[in-house]
Design a protein around this ligand. Structure first.
Ligand code: BES
Ligand code: ZN
Length: 615
């Protein structure tokens, strides 16, 4: 063996042992020295400074030392300015601690190493965040719906909490937290916590989160927020201009909670409120405990996109209660949540709608599987040091959901429901990785009812690429009717009037558009558009599907509307594929022009994703 081959073989073994460390529960995305010390409670005392686009103040960590000899605490940070670090001595007095902030790693940020003279129960880090914080978005009044006050909010999943709090930023650990947040007087702040102190808008707010949560679930939002109750357990915080529309759209939230309680055990978090974010929010929703963050792009006026609420609510069991230990185990959060989401939709809106939604998602997954690198189609992801955002796809969501649906179909709903409920009970307020889950699954389902599903089958689902040949394939009878009408129209056997579109739901429209031939003739596009005004639709999902088709086959009429779509919203799922397809179809220049104009309104995460397309 040549020397350099030996060296690379050695490098390979080292990187292998690092990743097998990750499997043993160590998180490759965190510098925290959990084996020595863990934070049990965090107190935040922060000023929201809109002029500086900065959070300023301190965080106090209550510590539990795991190693009686250690005097070192390692925290995760990214782009933070550290002013000083204090520790509390036995006699209650505070003293300066020495620390070192390491050079910034592109993925993980800067390791903050704090050295104490002796073990202390509490430390305080005085710091401020920077305007470029990856986990915060700062909006000017003009960028909000009501145009009067600025707005800011956090998005901490997956590894962005460290850009606004120096913290052990790994889902393997949990903290309770409290906070005092100060804002300008006409601004209301809310957090993923008990929000009962924010009723009076006075610029000084206290929060308490008595249940232990992982750091990626610590969240804050502040702006011109009003508040309205929907039911005894639910309310909405939103800018006044969209409050009433949101209340009407999400009026089934309490019914969703009640149904889920019956299936999977009592909701553990007290209230379930929603925070409506500005259109630039890069996600559909984020399951921040007690207060899901929601994109306004799902306020369609007809409840057609409320499965998003079912999804974020479902995380109150899968994700917030039972949590993935590392980001390679994301499917434990998202696959279970997508499965539970669909069960909730079935309970509240019926089987037909639930299957249509499943079928649309599976079609999307199958499209994505054609373009994702094979290793990233494995449920138990291998991130190998990459940013978790870079491997984001439908795989953990929908392949995960299909795996659970497979088990449900094999064992029957009765047995499978008992299994899932007991799983949530057994791991409540705990984090686990995929290997631990596989063991639990084997002990409590696979070998409990032998001869139904083999261990090899489970391994294939979790550790192999692509979809197993016998994966469930949810088919909707409603969609079958759409399909045969669509074929008849394409062949010229019927006209548009006999498609039956006047009774179509948004889901039927989505299925119809997604199943039009990608090279459909322009005059057929024109016919559809003049009959159904698709270019002018106000439903963001329909607009997305229609624009994707139109860019691909060169239908020009959409461009003014597409410009408005891309500039008006920042939800990655609804814009990134459009930018990609524009670049692919010779519209790079046009897309770049739109992007330059739209970019300042996008969240740093969306900017990061789209920047790479135009480099
Ligand atoms: N927790 C996710 C969002 C997320 C995942 C942020 C991974 C960062 C890293 C949230 O619950 C989610 O899945 N949102 C989806 C909703 C959809 C599947 C209904 C979204 O934003 O599109
Ligand atoms: Zn989710």
């Amino acid at each position: 063996m040549k020397l350099n081959t030996i060296a690379s073989a050695l490098a390979l073994t080292t990187s292998l042992s690092i990743s097998s460390f990750a499997i043993a529960g160590q998180d490759q995305h965190s510098y925290a020295n959990l084996e020595q010390v863990v934070t049990t409670h965090i107190h935040l005392d922060l000023d929201i400074n809109f002029d500086e686009k900065s959070l300023e103040g301190f965080v106090e960590h209550s510590l539990s030392w795991q190693d009686k000899k250690s005097k070192q605490i390692v925290l995760d940070t990214r782009d933070l300015e550290i002013d000083k670090i204090m520790y509390k001595a036995q006699d209650g007095s505070w003293h300066k601690a020495s620390y070192k902030l390491a050079k910034r790693d592109d993925v993980k940020g800067s390791k903050l190493t704090i050295n104490l003279k002796r073990q202390a129960d509490k430390i305080r880090v005085y710091y401020n965040s920077l305007p470029i914080a990856s986990g915060l978005q700062w909006l000017t009044p003009e960028q909000t719906a009501s145009k009067t006050q600025p707005f800011m909010y956090s998005q901490s999943q997956a590894i962005h909490a460290r850009s606004w709090i120096p913290i052990q930023d790994t889902p393997a650990m949990r903290v309770t937290y409290s906070a005092r947040i100060q804002t300008p007087e006409d601004i209301r702040a809310v957090m993923s916590a008990d929000n009962s102190d924010v009723k009076i808008k006075d610029g000084d707010y206290r929060f308490n989160m008595p249940q232990a949560i992982s750091p990626y679930l610590i969240a804050i939002g502040a702006g011109n927020l009003e508040y309205k109750e929907m039911s005894h357990q639910t309310a909405i915080y939103a800018e006044p201009t969209i409050l009433d529309a949101s209340i009407a759209e999400f009026s089934d939230t309490q019914a969703m909670i009640d149904k889920t309680n019956l299936m999977y055990g009592e909701y553990a978090w007290g209230r379930y409120d929603l925070l409506m974010l500005p259109p630039s929010f890069p996600f559909g929703g984020m399951e921040n405990p007690r207060l899901s963050f929601i994109t306004p792009t799902v306020v369609a006026g007809d409840k057609s996109l409320v499965s998003l609420i079912a999804h974020e609510l479902a995380h109150s069991w899968s994700g917030n209660l039972v949590t993935n230990a590392t980001w390679e185990d994301l499917w434990l959060n998202e696959g279970f949540t997508s499965y539970v989401e669909n069960r909730i939709m079935e309970e509240v809106f019926g089987k037909d709608r639930a299957i249509m939604e499943q079928s649309l998602e599976v079609a999307r997954l199958k499209e994505q599987l054609k373009t994702i690198d094979a290793p990233d189609t494995i449920l138990n992801l291998k991130l190998n040091g990459r940013d978790p955002d870079d491997a984001f796809s439908s795989v953990p969501y929908i392949k995960g959901q299909l795996f659970l649906l497979y088990l449900e179909q094999k064992f029957g709903r009765d047995k499978f429901d008992v299994f899932v409920k007991e799983y949530f009970d057994s791991y409540a307020f705990k984090s686990l990785n995929t290997a631990e889950f596989v063991k639990y699954l084997n002990d409590n389902l696979i070998s409990k009812y032998p001869g139904i599903v083999s261990a090899e089958k489970v391994n294939e689902w979790i550790y192999k690429t692509g979809l197993p040949a016998d994966a469930p394939n949810p088919t909707s009878d409603v969609f079958k009717v759409v399909d045969s009408n669509l074929q008849a129209w394409l062949k010229g056997a019927t006209n548009l009037n006999s498609l039956g579109t006047d009774k179509w739901t948004v889901h039927e429209w989505l299925h119809f558009i997604n199943n039009l031939p990608r090279d459909i003739a322009i005059d057929k596009m024109k016919q559809l558009d003049s009959a159904f005004k698709l270019t002018q639709t106000t439903n963001a999902e329909i607009a997305f599907a229609w624009f994707m088709l139109a860019v691909g086959n060169g239908y020009q009429e959409i461009y003014p509307a597409l410009d408005k779509h891309l500039t008006g919203i920042g939800r990655r799922k609804l814009i990134v594929p459009l930018y990609k397809t524009l670049v692919k179809h010779d519209k790079k220049e046009w897309a770049n022009k739109v992007y330059l104009n739209a970019r300042p309104g996008y969240h740093p995460l969306a900017q990061g994703t789209i920047d790479t397309l135009f480099k």
